[in-house]
Design a protein around this ligand. Sequence first.
Ligand code: SF4
Ligand code: SF4
Length: 165
Amino acid sequence: MEDFLKDLPKKANQKHQENKKFLAKLKKKPPKNLDYLMADLHEKEFRQTDCLTCANCCKTTGPLFTNADIERIAKKLRLKPTQFIDAYLRLDEDNDYVLQNVPCVFLGTDNYCSIYDVRPKACREYPHTDRKKFHQINNLTLKNVAICPAAYNIVEAMKQSLPKK
Ligand code: SF4
Ligand code: SF4
């Protein structure tokens, strides 16, 4: 995994134009069974990719925190939401709450998340490869293939599975 992660930004960069073109085509004409196909590819990939050997998303990006996330996590940590925000979050350029720093402060050295049960929705859903209407998040997917080995592999598998035109 370590070698894969080291090479991933370069590999994703090399595939960027190809992926961009492929995803744009997909958006224009998504196949009827896309949701099923994505669920299948996602499940197959995560049968072989163990997030505990990776944690690259928690180390290099970090989620957006919704109000519901903030309330839930603050409660778990026995803090008031405002205390939680002051201690851990900042507003980004889009006015969304994000972590003050990465790697995420809740990530352990063993790659376990210390707030796993109450983690942000965005963490639960990352890398979004099993969401419905996957073709609607192309820009995000293009970013995620440079961060997440599973997302990279899933997009590669999609290119193999879907008709070329
Ligand atoms: S979701 Fe992707 S980047 Fe995050 S730990 Fe799993 S494989 Fe790694
Ligand atoms: S809250 Fe947990 S899952 Fe989310 S980025 Fe932090 S360590 Fe990772």
